[in-house]
Design a protein around this ligand. Structure first.
Ligand SMILES: [Zn+2]
Length: 65
């Protein structure tokens, strides 16, 4: 029996990993802070929009009692 040896040609599965996002650039918009991030491992890119940072909550009233 002749034939090519069985080749292991299983498709390489996409290795799931936790992307390690690096912020390439960011700028503020009226909607928040847009961040262009890239995974250092696989190079995929993503755009994040972070809400405008919440300012430190101010006391609505003075302390009393
Ligand atoms: Zn990745």
């Amino acid at each position: 029996m002749t034939g090519s040896p069985a080749t292991r040609s299983a498709p390489a599965p996409v290795i799931a990993h936790e992307h390690g996002w690096l912020v390439e650039s960011a700028h503020r918009t009226s909607e928040g802070i847009v961040q262009y991030v890239r995974c250092a491992e696989c190079g995929v890119r993503r755009v994040d929009i972070a809400a405008v940072p919440v300012v430190v909550p101010a006391a609505a009233s003075r302390e009393f009692g």
